[in-house]
Write a protein that binds this ligand. Sequence first.
Ligand code: PLP
Length: 456
Amino acid sequence: MGMPPLASGPHGPDALRPLLDTVLDALRTGTAARGGPLPAGGPDAVAARIADAAGEILPHRGDPEALRTLVTALAEGAADPALPLCAAHLHAPPLAVAAAADLAASILNPSLDSWDQAPAASALEALVTRALAHETGATDALVTTGGTESNQLAVLLARETHGAGLRLVHGANAHHSLPRAAWLLGLPEPVVVPAPAGTLDPAALDEALTQVPGPHLVAATAGTTDAGLIDPLPEIADRCTAHDARLHIDAAYGAGLLFSDRHRPKLAGLQAAHTVALDLHKLGWQPIPAGLLTVTDTDDLAALHHRADYLNPDDDTDAGLPDLLARSPRTSRRPDILKTAVTLKTLGRAGLGALVDAVCTLAQDFAGLVEAHPDFDLHTPPTTSTVLFRPTHATDATVAAVRRTLLTTGHAVLGRARADGRLWLKTTLLNPHTHPDDLAELLTLVQSSLEGHTPR
Ligand SMILES: Cc1ncc(COP(=O)(O)O)c(C=O)c1O
């Protein structure tokens, strides 16, 4: 093998074209071989097939067929959210146009830690982050790897403003990354406010803010992981104002509703937050990662200021070269904004809003099917695109076993959530191409799997 060709530069496109054909063929072959939403056989069978395809990981002599072999194996063994019965998590099927744009990002490989590695990408990032920040009522936004990093940064910015005695106060419904951020940043144990109906209770929040000494960072959720519910944001914002508490809203899931005229009103109160986490790899159909943290007071960003002479020396900054190091705690950083920019411009607000409307309607449809079915219970009518349901008379152990059976047979990928002291099956509907018939099939599959687990 000669010197392998590079992806970018004048010869990059010629080198890539046949490789892209190989990738696309392999994706088609692997997807056809899988035949369903995930591979059958469970972890051992999948691991054995991957080990077989991978062979020697670092052979002495390279294998020119490695691209075809490994992409085929990965596609064959994928849980593919583009298939309607893969609907467990906040794991969206990426749009083709976004994936195509992401390919260009991989090829050009700009790194957003200094202007001289990313002249155009940094300019594009500045435009798109500001535009998306304005959508939430904020001023600026940082690009992150997702809700986890956004929540960590929100806690970090709050700590830098209020000091290490900062007390994080979050609902029992909050994402696990919030208490983990407090742990990571050396803050005191967070205060957990009850969320008996799945959303943070404002009266209980008031009580906590009264009882526990501050300073406080309150974290509310718009689009809970388990049920897609939205905390009562205006009431929470009022309590924060009354107690002089800082407010972060984890809208990693729910912020996508902003694109829809029909669903945007559910996010009233979002603009009151100091920071908002927003993930476009959830209700935004981007390849992972596509996270943002919007910030209302740009003075907060001074906390991230950092000098590394090889990247942002003072004289470069004084001479007008943008200082990118203050935009993230990471150093090398992908231009994740390109795929987002391409998506926003290709689909427009109307196009994205239609996708949001489609998945929210699917959730309503599925909830309707569950409710009308004599053998299933619906947890609550959906607020976003998540539906929790369970077989009426099943034990928690049976619900768990049904989910695992659907996984290991390769028939469906469903999530699980504990609510009201019981275990529920969770569908997170993020595939706008799903048809109501697919939802009926899902219910039938659960029912027949249940029959295999019901003691006679
Ligand atoms: C409400 C909420 N916040 C944060 C996250 C974390 O997002 P990520 O996995 O992108 O880090 C999730 C993930 O599902 C979530 O549901």
